[in-house]
Design a protein around this ligand. Sequence first.
Ligand code: ZN
Length: 668
Amino acid sequence: MSRLTATATCTAHRAIVEQTGQVVPQPLLAERVAWLTGLARELTADLVAGRWSAADLDALASGVGLDGCALPAKGWMAVRRLGWGLSPAAGVHMCDRVARCAQEQAARLLRLVLHRRELVAAIVATWPREPGKRTDAEWNALRAVLPDGVGTAEIRNRTRQIRAYRDAHDGMLPADLTQLEEPPACAAQIVLAAADRQLATLERTGEHGARLRVKLPLTASPASAKDWAWHLLPITLPPTVPAEAKLCTPTLRVAKGRVRVDLPFQIPIGFAPATGHVIGCGFDWGLNSLLTGTVGHLTAEGRVVSDGRPLAYDASGVSAKLHRLRAEREHLAAKRKHQERLLAGITPADPRFAELAAAYEVISVEHERLCARIRHLNKALAWSAARWALDQALAAGATVIYVEDLATLEARGRRGRANARLSGQVRGQVVEAIRHLAAKHSIAVVTVPARGTSKYCPRCGDGTSLLRHCPAPDRLAERGWAWAHCPACGLSCDRDWAAAERILARGLLGQQATRTDRTTGTRTIRQVVEGNVARARRARKATRAARRARRTRTDLHPRPAARDRAKNRPTPKRPTSTPNRHAANNVTTSSRVPDRRTVPAPPPTRGGQRPAGQAPQTTRPAERTGLVRDPHQRTGFHRVAATPVLPLGDYADGPPRPRPPDLPEILR
Ligand SMILES: [Zn+2]
């Protein structure tokens, strides 16, 4: 039985000093925690800055300590094995466990640096002729030296960074990451996981409660052991932490005057096998919508039969909002940079300095808030989409979800340009969220190669019949991108739906080639196995009226009794109404115009609120997509149109499916 780790962020509102029973209110508790995190941060920053050299990073990367043995996995132990000591400020008394936590945080930071360093070294080693556009050969050369699972957004950003360095240094490429960057900033937090019961213990006090016992300093610079005291922090656990979860030692930090407890917890999860799947879901990163999916099963003869339902999660409204926010962020960043330049040019004695500094401060705060807004919206959208995808898979009784491999998708770079509205970062977050949620339900998440998924026909299958892309089903002769049409078999459907069917086919048919990454546990199919996808139609259950008609042997659609069948009089004229006259402006309107008065607009709910942009129904007519904008589908967004989650019965003579869970349960 494996375990899934998640982190719940809780707040400690007060504490009790263990020895005296004195209640410590939140402001004082926050101050004491800030003293502790401040001590740890100082030590961490010293250690990281002191080891910011290629030789020291090489030593950490080699994984071998001074004694010639392999470095332990625990960061603080590895740092000590390398002989990297700490130099606490003179006159400050602290137990060794605080130093341990500082070393742990430094080790985590430096190990993250190693990843970036590897990336930079690979990009520098395969520096392209034209950094803006790599050729296919250059991409392949880069991919060959890169570690697995590096997204294109990361490569692009690093390439830009190196290019800026090269431009500033007369065409010289950086020899190491330490030349390219300053030492990373250290957060004011204390990783209690590295400590033991001499600094912190955690116990569960009930279904929704836990108690953290931690030693906190009583002054900013504790001089002796008397300046430290044990504090008991009661914590209320959020409802996302189940009763059977195993709580791990948290990380403490102070945010906005509150003591935040980042509490990791582990829940047992079942095993999701790599092969042997019969029912699966395929999801495509849509051009028309954020996610488009389809459900299908593998028949005994080895054919893939989809249930013929396009599933779509359309977040164009939210994407448009994100797009606007990003543009505004760029604008603010440019403004801030300009003010920074102006400030650098004058001295504090200058009469303009105070005003400019105040304006700079305002812009900085606004920029930070905007970044946070974008981050939160991205996260909310990603989790909402992932929840929806998993609900669809659960309702269909699927045991596996297939998505496109983001690395192969973005390396091509072609589709990314067409859909700049959705950043690759959101896609990565969606995949991570789907993986997390699927693990809870023992559903496997497997990535398949993205190349050519929307190029070939899913009905003709064999990977030879090219799809034509056109703007709409009634404009098949024109060139476009939203609609797919196969001249060979006549298939005409939404482009993303066709791609989702091919993803599903690649997954279900190629499941024997599934590879599992040993460290991360992610599952991938690298081999492309093509096959066609048939669409099954559900046998419709007879309606109650039809059953009654069959039972009573009556006509299902009886004609109305003809009262006046014989035409023996002229058809009466329709009554003509008098022309409508609006009292206010005395305008005569045609009798065909219904007499409707305009309703006054509802009062604005809040000042300063702007309309949230183009609603999805104007870009995607509901009759075309079959989407339902139903608030009870709980996507968490007003401007998201998603296919409702319907637990439907069998659609083909496949194997018996597990009973779909009840709707309230899967929507949870
Ligand atoms: Zn076809």
